[in-house]
Ligand binder design. Structure first.
Ligand code: ADP
Length: 423
């Protein structure tokens, strides 16, 4: 059996890919699984990221799933466990970051861990325990109005303490700036004071690299994806292009998009302006019982052999609001996700083998309809989004290259740039 070094548990699908991408860039060969696998790992990897969908489910379910993931990762030989959450610390006063963190600590018999969602390359920095999104505090960012996890307090020590029994302390930027020894001393001091967890400041990649070195012997670490950049070095692994090698790409190219984020809207416009074929699908038509899936596949069939195609429900905020008012937000979301998931499977059955999926929830639905159980992580297209290689159990084991892009990631020319990278 192949043994892994680092075992990771991510609370959502595109967040898992973001973490995997950073580990690959730091030199690890990484496999991402959809949920907890039933079988042992049968291929070589330095790290496995188990992607859960546990961010906003009830806390006890998130704990249960995370413990199952932990047990599987331990069976694969993981020497260190990484619990990954969103770089905007998405959670509610009930969790799920705190309860999962405490359950993992208990299961690992670990009496201290650290937490930092910092990812300076993506504008997430932590200073004196306060999380900044770009130039503003978390509580002044768009996350204030998030429909599921509104973040109204940027003081992460307070936010985590509200979700935890263990005492939460702070390792501030001065200690981090002084390096590994200083960080370890801060950990000892906090432990002696009775703390079980600490938010750690990080305002630069160098901070995360120094922190990584200090965490060498910690059984459990927790954070956003940025913390990943400093961990592979502890296992004697350095950046190498070999880590991101994938089999050669083949087959036709397609993009499906159910993301309505600002960046995705720009990417759809850019693709259409480049003269590429694109078909919009309308949630109201789906709700009216029109078979948009068959229509989209009939439209794509003669085009696929010649150039990449795009099928999208992407729309601006006004149109989305109008649809949600008519259908309800959840119902509209589910209708569109189901339609796009069926379209992507149909496209693969027609011969598409290079796929881009835009949207976090949309990605989850597509991975499920394609029957993708695990992905090998390849080269980065844009920050947080790598190409991956997978097999589609729902399409007779078809070998696929797939990129899962969460809403606000990627440059305007992301779709065409991504296909170019695979050539
Ligand atoms: P993002 O990563 O940009 O947030 P997601 O896929 O996570 O994208 O979420 C977008 C949600 O919006 C999905 O549930 C999707 O089905 C839904 N949706 C997509 N297009 C529309 C539309 N035109 N009107 C209403 N809802 C839509």
């Amino acid at each position: 059996m192949t043994k892994i070094l680092l075992g990771c548990i991510a609370d959502d699908m595109t967040g898992a890919t973001d973490l995997a991408n950073n580990l690959v860039r730091a030199g690890m060969r990484v496999i991402q699984t959809t949920g907890v696998p039933a079988e042992p790992l049968d291929s070589q990897a330095d790290a496995v990221v188990v992607a859960l969908k546990s961010r906003t489910i009830p806390a006890e379910m998130a704990v249960k799933q995370s413990l199952e993931a932990l047990q599987w990762l331990q069976q694969q030989g993981a020497q260190q466990i990484y619990f990954k959450y969103c770089s905007t610390f998405d959670s509610t006063p009930e969790g799920n970051i705190g309860p999962v963190l405490e359950a993992l600590m208990k299961a690992l018999d670990c009496n201290f861990t650290i937490c930092t969602p910092a990812f300076p390359d993506n504008g997430r920095t932590v200073f004196k325990g306060h999380l900044f999104v770009g130039d503003v505090l978390l509580s002044e960012s768009g996350m204030r109005q998030h429909p599921l996890t509104p973040m109204t307090n940027a003081n992460l020590v307070q936010v985590l303490q509200a979700q935890c029994q263990v005492q939460v302390g702070l390792i501030d930027y001065r200690s981090v700036a002084r390096g590994c020894q200083s960080i370890r001393e801060s950990i000892s001091v906090l432990r002696a004071q009775g703390a079980g967890a600490a938010i750690v400041d990080a305002i630069s990649n160098d901070d995360l690299l120094r922190l990584g070195t200090a965490l060498k012997d910690m059984p459990l670490v927790t954070g956003g994806s940025g913390l990943a950049m400093g961990l592979p070095q502890n296992f004697g692994i350095n950046p190498s292009p070999v880590a991101s090698e994938l089999p050669p790409a083949q087959g036709w190219r397609a993009v499906v998009s159910g993301s309505c984020s600002v960046a995705t809207n720009r990417q759809v416009v850019n693709f259409i302006r480049a003269g590429m074929p694109a078909l919009a699908i309308d949630p109201l038509q789906i709700a009216a019982g029109i078979d948009v899936v068959s229509q989209a596949l009939a439209w794509a069939t003669p085009l696929l052999a010649h150039q990449p195609v795009l099928v999208y429900s992407t729309a601006d905020a006004g149109s989305v609001h109008a649809v949600q008012t008519r259908l309800g937000a959840c119902e509209a979301g589910a209708l569109v996700e189901d339609a796009i998931a069926a379209i992507v499977l149909g496209l693969v059955q027609l011969g598409a083998r290079q796929l881009i999926v835009a949207g976090g929830e949309t990605s989850g639905a597509c991975v499920q309809s394609l029957g993708i159980k695990r992905m090998t992580i390849g080269p980065q297209i844009d920050s947080g989004v790598p190409w991956c290689h997978a097999r589609s159990d729902a399409a007779e084991g078809a070998s696929l290259h797939i990129a899962l892009k969460s809403g606000n990631f990627g440059s305007d020319d992301f779709f065409l740039k991504a296909f170019e990278l695979l050539r």
